[in-house]
Design a protein around this ligand. Structure first.
Ligand code: G3H
Ligand code: 13P
Ligand code: ZN
Length: 332
């Protein structure tokens, strides 16, 4: 058993309180490889933003859970060597069962998500409560989910959003003791969030549901998954240099800014990072067919990714400049 505090990580409790008080959201960025992790850490150090590093089941299968854990430890050291004390959380994204949550906690994760959103309500409550009981023994924070997002999460595909029921959200939080709750208000995973007919615009998020939830559980941290904007500029570059992403569309940034001002304390972004990297790699390889050194395309991809995260922290989530609010929590 390795406790996250020995790795220089913190759980999400205090940063969520800060985000709630000051009306911003903590970025939760997924990583699967070194370049993504470097981009996240450099961007969050340079913008002085708290950050949640997320590891999905797909990432564990791709890179190996042990390697990812050591990479996260290395990332904390790298940030400290850069002279920064930004708070860093290592979070399991979409934990499917108790065992994966337990093994992540034993490896040094400081936060886990147990995703029982596809289960009947009582089963979701039971599973989430079991994870909370175990996690809290080690002061690891737990995110649950209620409601179903349309789109693809790991191997699970849902055609339609099942919006979170505000009354159920209260019952869920009370019965499980969970620390934060992911809700369904119209976001969805992946790069194809809405099927729009010509002339149609993206439907707004259901802020009415969010407000009802906020009223019933004031001050309780809410999480938004599936919050990539599917930045059109990157989609266009991908398509220009041989890609075929037709009809890719995401959540407009003004909607996310509005959410970040509310009880939404954590915003999950993965697809935008994938698009940024792919756009740059395609551009480099298209323009210079002689390139065969991965550093020549992964390096520029990493730089674009970093710039994207910096902009999100500053202009969308509002987390930039808030790292210092938590320096006192970081051990030297
Ligand atoms: O919620 C899904 C995340 O974007 C992770 O996706 O399982 O393909 O790594 P992944
Ligand atoms: P996106 O696919 O919108 O980036 O969502 C990522 C996510 O929710 C990770 O849990
Ligand atoms: Zn998600």
């Amino acid at each position: 058993m390795i406790h996250y505090s020995d790795l220089g990580l913190i759980n999400s409790r205090e940063i969520f309180k800060g985000a709630m008080k000051d009306g911003y959201a903590i970025p939760a960025y997924n990583f699967n490889n070194m370049e993504q992790l470097q981009a996240i850490i450099r961007a969050c150090v340079e913008t002085d933003s708290p950050v949640i590093l997320q590891v999905s089941k797909g990432a564990r299968n791709y890179a190996d859970p042990t390697l990812l854990r050591y990479m996260a430890e290395g990332a904390v050291r790298m940030a400290r060597e850069m002279g920064s004390k930004i708070p860093i959380v290592l979070h399991l994204d979409h934990g499917a069962d108790f065992e994966i949550c337990k093994s992540s906690i034993e490896m040094g994760f400081s936060s886990v998500m147990i995703d029982g959103s596809h289960l009947p309500f009582e089963e979701n409550v039971e599973l989430t409560r079991k994870v909370v009981e175990y996690a809290h023994k080690f002061d690891v924070t737990v995110e649950g989910e209620l409601g179903v997002l349309a789109g693809v999460e790991d191997d699970v595909k849902a055609e339609k959003t099942l919006y979170t029921e505000p009354d159920q959200a209260v019952e869920f939080v009370e019965k499980t003791g969970v620390d934060s709750l992911a809700i369904a208000i119209g976001t969805s995973h992946g790069a194809y969030k809405f099927k729009l007919k010509p002339g149609q615009s993206v439907p707004p998020l259901r802020f009415d549901i969010l407000e009802e939830i906020e009223k019933r559980i004031p001050g309780f941290p809410i999480v938004l998954h599936g919050a990539s904007s599917v930045i059109p500029e990157y989609v266009d570059i991908i398509n220009k240099y041989g890609g075929a992403l037709d009809g890719a569309v995401g959540i407009p940034e003004d909607q996310l800014r509005k959410a970040a001002n509310s009880a939404v304390c954590k915003i999950n972004i993965d697809s935008d990072g994938r698009l940024a990297m792919t756009a740059k790699i395609r551009e480099v390889l298209w323009n210079d067919p002689k390139v065969f050194d991965p550093r020549k395309y992964l390096g520029p991809a990493r730089d674009l990714l970093k710039a994207m995260y910096m902009r999100k922290n500053r202009e969308v989530l509002g987390s930039a400049g808030h790292g210092k609010d938590f320096y006192h929590l970081i051990k030297d």
